[in-house]
Ligand binder design. Sequence first.
Ligand code: FES
Ligand code: FES
Length: 157
Amino acid sequence: MPKVSMTVNDKTVSSDIEERTLLVQFLRENLMLTGTHVGCDTSQCGACVVHVNGLAMKSCTLLALQLESQNVTTIEGIAPSAAELHPMQEAFRENHGLQCGFCTPGMIMTAIDIVRRKGNDLDDHTIREELDGNICRCTGYHNIVKSVAAGAKAMAC
Ligand code: FES
Ligand code: FES
């Protein structure tokens, strides 16, 4: 089996894997980073979004071997410390941006990427358009949009 090495949440990891192993499988099954979810088998739901070299990507669409020597951040790697949430996580908590929470890691990883690309002052239309690739089956989106707007502002501080 080929070996893959990459940086995940600031730690170098390497493992022997089958060629067909998806990044999301590698994260969940080899590294036990189960905050990255699988919500579909059609690359539509966005529950699996992580950051690859700082950009949001659906980890179910990438082979782990493609990530050789690359930098991956998962939901487990965004908080500044074990005692403190990332401002976007805090905004989802404060604004009731989740119900069952299944979509939330992907929403938050996408939201952080939106802020990086679009800035800290986001209107509802932009947020809804940018969240196009993330599906929530519970909330009706209103509080997610509110959370992303609040998190974006908080990330500026
Ligand atoms: Fe990747 Fe649904 S699991 S988009
Ligand atoms: Fe349940 Fe979004 S909070 S799927």
